[in-house]
Design a protein around this ligand. Structure first.
Ligand SMILES: [Zn+2]
Length: 141
């Protein structure tokens, strides 16, 4: 645990599920919609610092959350990414990718970069919307 690390002291009302080694959280930025990130519960920075137990659990989590996203929005593909450019504390991104448009909460969402590398379109949505999205994904768990 480091004092300055926001993920060591992680608090959010967008937590989807807590696991023994990881916490799954709905991203504040809904492009593409259903973006989830998965944070390691202890401070580590590089992929190769993960224990076998943490890696095995991560694989199970990704499998479980893919099913959730398929039920929720039926994505055409998934990206799994670990970068650490903005926050080094190990976290993975599970990003659903869409050929089609998604209607949710009276809004239409698209994935303008489908078939290509994801472009940074970080734009947080409002809290009411995000809580609705979290509840919807939770209902598919
Ligand atoms: Zn940390």
């Amino acid at each position: 645990m480091t004092k300055t690390c926001s993920k060591c002291n992680f608090k959010s009302d967008l937590i989807l599920k807590k696991y023994p080694h990881w916490i799954a959280v709905v991203s504040e930025s809904p492009t593409p919609i259903g973006w989830i990130y998965i944070i390691l519960k202890r401070h580590a920075e590089y992929f190769d610092e993960l224990t076998d137990a943490e890696l095995i659990e991560l694989k199970k989590i990704i499998k479980e959350l893919k099913k959730v996203l398929i039920k929720a929005f039926n994505p055409d593909w998934f990206n799994v990414m670990q970068m650490g450019n903005m926050s080094r504390h190990i976290h993975f991104h599970l990003i659903p990718r869409y050929k089609h448009k998604i209607r949710f909460a009276n809004r239409t969402f698209s994935d303008p970069d489908y078939g290509n590398m994801l472009v940074n379109r970080y734009k947080p949505a409002n809290k009411i919307f995000l809580l609705k999205l979290k509840a919807y994904l939770k209902s598919k768990l």
